[in-house]
Structure formats: structure tokens, C-alpha cells
Design a protein around this ligand. Structure first.
Ligand SMILES: *[C@@H]1O[C@H](CO)[C@@H](O)[C@H](O)[C@H]1NC(C)=O
Ligand SMILES: *[C@@H]1O[C@H](CO)[C@@H](O)[C@H](O)[C@H]1NC(C)=O
Ligand SMILES: *[C@@H]1O[C@H](CO)[C@@H](O)[C@H](O)[C@H]1NC(C)=O
Ligand SMILES: *[C@@H]1O[C@H](CO)[C@@H](O)[C@H](O)[C@H]1NC(C)=O
Ligand SMILES: *[C@@H]1O[C@H](CO)[C@@H](O)[C@H](O)[C@H]1NC(C)=O
Length: 369
């Protein structure tokens, strides 16, 4: 289809060499202006034609009003003109919720008592990569990204670089809207490397990284799980248990995080660096804690395998055990985080007088401290 399009465009160019061919790029489902100007005057007639679709009429204007009786159904309710500017020679068309099918060559025909003019617009639509997902399935990880246009590329890499063969073809699917879904699965053959998957189309590129799991031993009373060494600015944070169960979500640093109902008694807070502070754990909380941190360009998923140190004490003795079971490093880290989280929680109490809030205030709330 694209090849046909290119040929049609070439022929079009050839037949009307005198008029300009303006390139316009728009984002899928957004609003888009197809520019067109003429000399202005009275008795204005404007016809907008989608040439690529077979010269279909998409918007006409004459007798000082829109004339939509012959408008192609596909464009119904999506076109408008800047009425107050038509007399000044602005015949630009606004096209709402642009679709992939809207791509191609458009003709803007204008006529006044002073004469006629035809100009051409070449419209390209793109749907940039929004998000790259990495999900574990048994001994594999699947990388996927959806609703992309034009056809994206997907590549795998490891750190450190390895001689693994990444040449498998990704699976590509076409949606009803003519967008592309792409995915690729990889067997986690080497547990000692970090995997990165990159999806790109045009100038849009996003990636997701999967960090090799770290083992740690936690205390049933209090445990800190760090998210990532990097100083990625948090825009989107999800902590998960055993890859599927969501523990907490924080969509923006200035919005309180939301702890899922099942984890309310275990989550004490989340630090500014996205570390998770847990309390009141038992052996069935052993498993994989993964932290998914995203910013505009990338998603980082770090995995921690948590074992809970066996405690013979009953719940009455928790206070005594607390501190004894923590390793020296953990104590230092925890102390800082406990302080920060406490601050954030007490602030929460002051403002809302409710200790059972599901939401935990972030630390960088204006006016804190
Ligand atoms: C026509 O008017 C619209 C709305 O003000 C403006 O965005 C556009 O740039 C104008 N186009 C031309 C060709 O003057
Ligand atoms: C893999 O990721 C971990 C966690 O971020 C990092 O500490 C480690 O250096 C990475 N390894 C390599 C080889 O890049
Ligand atoms: C592509 O992804 C979208 C968004 O997740 C989904 O709704 C759609 O069913 C997928 N289409 C195909 C053909 O896989
Ligand atoms: C710890 O969990 C138990 C039940 O699982 C609950 O009754 C208790 O209130 C929890 N303690 C705290 C401090 O949340
Ligand atoms: C979580 O995963 C670990 C290791 O894969 C497993 O031993 C444990 O039973 C799982 N826990 C739950 C509650 O599913």
C-alpha cells in the first residue's frame, strides 16, 4: 500500500509541478492543521480534496458557509475551517482525531473573483512509542509495545554485551486502526546479565531494562528494599510482588502513592528514591519484589528476591527483635528511610487526621519540613 502511495504521489507531483507540496506531520488521534492560503477577496469557494483516497471531498465552503452535503463519511464531524480568517485568505483545514487512513495527499482548491489556486499538502501520521513493557513468563521475558506507526523496530541487548543471538524476528500485529503492536520473547539463559529491549519508530524510541535479580534477607519486623542505583527521576513507580501482584503505584512524584488493599499492613512507606519500606512480614511474603521505574524515555525493572529471616518470637516480642535482625548496612539505610517516611506520614496525619489512609504522602510536598 505504501509503495502505491509513493507512486501516486510521484505522478501527482509530475502533473502539477507548479504548486508547492507542503509536508505536514501529525500525531495519531490528535488535531491537525492542513495549511492553505490564498489572496483573499469576496465570493470565496474552498474545496478540500483527499487525493490519495480517490479525490474524495472532505470539506467545502461557499456562499459564506460550510457545505458538507458531499462530505466523505470518513471525515464526518472531524473537519472545520477558521471562518473568521477566510476573508483574510486563510483556507486552512483543521482535522480532528487524525487516523492512519487520513495519510496522503490533499488538494486545497480556492477560488475568488480574482482567480483560482490549487495547492497540495502531504500528510503523514505517526503514533510514537508510548511505553515498552517487559514481562516475565516462565523462563522468558517478553518485551512489547503497542499502537505504533509507522512499523517499529525492536532490538534486544545485554549489559555486559554478550554473544547471545538476538536475531529472532519480533511478532508484529496490525490493529484495526492500522497501528502496529510488536513483541518479542527471550529465554533468560544467562541470569548474570541485564537485558534491555528498545522499540523505535521514526524519531521516537523507548526502552525497558530488566536487571538481574538481587538476593536479600529481610526481617519480619522491618525491611527496606531498594529500587535502583540509578538516579532516575521518578515519574512512574510500580512495586510488584512475584511479578503479577501490585503492591503500590505512584504515578507522579507530587501525587501520593496508592497501596493496594492486600498490602496495607505491610507497606510502611516509599522513600524519595523509590525504596520500599515493609513491616509486619511473614514467611508468605517471601518472593520476588520488583520495582518498575519509568520516565519519559525508559523503564527500569529491578528484581529482588527476598527471604525473610526466621523469627522464633511471637508478635509480642517484635519490638525487641526489631534492630537485632537487621544487618549493619540495612540499619543505616533503614534509619534514613524510616526518618523520611515518618516525616511524610506524620505530615499526612496532621493534614488529614487519619492514620489509616491508604495514601502515603510523597516527601517532596511543598511546605514540608
Ligand atoms: C489560519 O488560522 C489558523 C488559526 O488561527 C492558524 O493556526 C493558521 O496558521 C492560519 N494559516 C494560515 C495559512 O494563515
Ligand atoms: C546490572 O544492573 C544492576 C542493577 O542496576 C547493576 O548494579 C549492575 O552493574 C548491572 N550490570 C551490568 C553488567 O551492567
Ligand atoms: C494491540 O494492542 C492494543 C492495546 O493493548 C490491543 O487493544 C489490541 O487488541 C492489540 N491488537 C492486536 C491485533 O494485537
Ligand atoms: C500485622 O498484621 C496483622 C495481621 O496480619 C495485623 O493484625 C496487625 O495489625 C499488623 N500490624 C501492623 C503494625 O500493621
Ligand atoms: C512467590 O514466588 C516465590 C518464588 O518464586 C514462591 O516461592 C512463593 O510461593 C510465591 N509466593 C506467593 C504468595 O505466590
Amino acid at each position: 500500500m505504501t509503495r502505491c502511495l509513493a507512486v501516486c504521489l510521484l505522478i501527482g507531483n509530475f502533473l502539477s509541478p507548479a504548486v508547492g507540496n507542503t509536508e505536514v506531520s501529525c500525531v495519531f488521534m490528535e488535531s491537525c492543521i492542513l495549511p492553505c492560503s490564498f489572496q483573499g477577496g469576496t465570493d470565496v469557494v474552498i474545496h478540500w480534496i483527499h487525493v490519495t483516497a480517490g479525490d474524495v471531498q472532505i470539506h467545502s465552503y461557499y456562499y459564506n458557509t460550510d457545505q458538507l452535503a458531499h462530505q466523505d463519511q470518513h471525515f464526518k464531524g472531524r473537519t472545520s475551517m477558521f471562518k473568521d480568517q477566510i476573508s483574510r485568505g486563510n483556507a486552512s483545514l483543521q482535522l480532528a482525531e487524525v487516523k492512519i487512513q487520513d495519510q496522503g495527499r490533499y488538494k486545497c482548491y480556492t477560488s475568488t473573483i480574482r482567480g483560482n489556486k490549487e495547492s497540495y499538502i502531504n500528510l503523514k501520521i505517526n503514533a510514537p512509542v508510548e511505553r515498552v513493557k517487559l514481562e516475565p513468563v516462565e523462563n522468558k521475558i517478553t518485551c512489547s509495545s503497542e499502537m505504533i506507526y509507522p512499523e517499529p523496530e525492536l532490538t534486544w541487548s545485554t549489559s555486559p554485551p554478550s554473544n547471545m543471538n538476538f536475531d529472532m524476528k519480533p511478532e508484529v500485529q496490525r490493529t484495526e486502526e492500522l497501528l502496529y503492536n510488536i513483541s518479542s520473547s527471550l529465554i533468560l539463559s544467562d541470569p548474570d546479565v541485564n537485558y534491555t529491549c528498545t522499540v523505535s519508530t521514526g524519531s521516537s524510541r523507548k526502552r525497558a531494562s530488566w536487571f538481574k535479580p538481587i538476593s536479600l534477607v529481610g526481617s519480619f519486623a522491618e525491611t527496606v528494599i531498594q529500587c535502583s542505583d540509578s538516579n532516575t527521576k521518578i515519574t512512574d513507580l510500580i512495586w510488584r510482588f512475584n511479578h503479577t501482584e501490585i503492591i503500590l503505584i505512584q504515578t507522579r512524584p507530587d501525587v501520593p502513592c496508592t497501596v493496594s488493599e492486600r498490602w496495607k499492613q505491610q507497606v510502611k512507606g516509599v522513600s524519595e528514591s523509590a525504596s520500599l519500606l515493609l513491616q509486619n512480614l511473614s514467611s508468605h511474603h517471601e518472593g520476588i519484589y520488583s520495582c518498575e521505574l519509568s520516565d519519559a524515555g525508559e523503564t527500569l525493572i529491578s528484581n529482588n528476591f527476598l527471604r525473610i529471616k526466621e523469627s522464633p518470637e511471637t508478635s509480642e516480642n517484635k519490638g525487641v527483635t526489631k534492630g537485632l535482625v537487621l544487618g549493619a548496612v540495612l540499619v543505616a539505610v533503614a534509619a534514613v528511610i524510616v526518618f523520611l517516611v515518618k516525616r511524610c506520614r506524620s505530615q499526612n496525619n496532621d493534614q488529614q487526621g487519619n492514620t489509616n489512609q491508604m495514601e502515603i504522602k510523597p516527601l517532596n510536598t511543598p511546605g514540608s519540613g
